[in-house]
Design a protein around this ligand. Structure first.
Ligand SMILES: NC(=O)c1ccc[n+]([C@@H]2O[C@H](COP(=O)([O-])OP(=O)(O)OC[C@H]3O[C@@H](n4cnc5c(N)ncnc54)[C@H](O)[C@@H]3O)[C@@H](O)[C@H]2O)c1
Length: 252
């Protein structure tokens, strides 16, 4: 039996990077997938890839900041597959990269809206569906920037600390109902989000790696392995955790 045998799983931000890599890995482990992203063209590419890997799947265009669209996403999952077992709330943006006082207020609000309100909305409608199921597992994508601070990244960091807070408190709300809620906290991962930052700021990779004990970035596949374990029944007593997947960055 495969790790995610027949589990119905929602993945947000599935059109790129960690979300895309995780959706593909989940397809290979037997999941039925409900893929969501704002980007239709790239989201449909991911859909094609997971179907080629043998998974039953749908793509639902979703802006995670929009409550109605998020509710519709969970209803689409129930409509297509009859239940919701698990979710990876991964959609996110990097936001402003500048000292805190220089952050544009609208950009701060946007970063919080996508990274924190988006996770809240997803969890709200997922929990409602999972209560009816009698349980489930939700995994939120925070960051090492949700565990420690860093310069030039205050809005992103605030949103990711918020995700850890949401995760821990919601885990307490639903522990007795069999819904497990955890966060992963990745360090630097080789994705378009990171490539963009590296292109804008030459030399920054060497600077970043100097503070990573493992001396490399992670691949999306390495993040996917942690997510899949948390979604699977193998982690049945793990809830309320914020798991660093960071090459020992936060161990220092
Ligand atoms: N790459 C890293 O080093 C790293 C490290 C730690 C945490 N993370 C987190 O991992 C997640 C994925 O990052 P990534 O590196 O794969 O980025 P990415 O930019 O490659 O992918 C993000 C995806 O989210 C989608 N998205 C953005 N706003 C959305 C919205 N409002 N509604 C729905 N979808 C939306 C984008 O269209 C894109 O497909 C993010 O939450 C990010 O903060 C990334």
């Amino acid at each position: 039996m495969s790790l995610l045998n027949e589990k119905v799983i929602v993945v947000t931000g599935a059109a790129s990077g960690i979300g895309q890599g995780t959706a593909l890995a989940m397809a290979r482990e037997g999941a039925k997938l409900v893929l969501a992203d704002v980007s239709v063209a790239s989201g449909e590419q991911t859909l094609k890839q997971v179907e080629e890997a043998g998974a039953e799947a749908i793509f639902v265009q979703t802006d995670v900041t929009d409550a109605l669209q998020v509710e519709q996403l969970m209803l689409a999952a129930l409509d297509r597959f009859g239940r919701l077992d698990s979710a990876f709330n991964n959609a996110g943006i990097e936001g402003a990269m500048s000292p805190m006082d220089e952050i544009d207020i609208a950009e701060f609000d946007r970063t919080i809206a996508v990274n924190l309100r988006g996770v809240f909305l997803c969890m709200k409608y997922q929990a409602q569906a999972m209560i009816k199921n009698g349980g489930g597992s939700i995994v939120n994508n925070s960051s090492v920037m949700g565990l420690v601070g860093a310069p030039q990244i205050a809005a992103y960091s605030a949103s990711k600390f918020g995700v850890v807070g949401l995760t821990k408190s919601a885990a307490l709300d639903y522990a007795k109902k069999g819904i497990r809620i955890n966060a992963i906290c990745p360090g630097g991962v080789e994705t378009p989000m990171v490539s963009e930052i590296l292109q804008q700021q030459p030399g920054v990779l060497e600077e970043v790696l100097a503070s990573v004990p493992a001396k490399r970035l992670a691949s999306p596949e390495e993040i996917a392995q942690a997510v899949m374990w948390l979604c699977s029944d193998s982690s049945s007593f793990v809830t309320g955790a914020a798991l660093p997947v960071d090459g020992a960055y936060t161990a220092q």
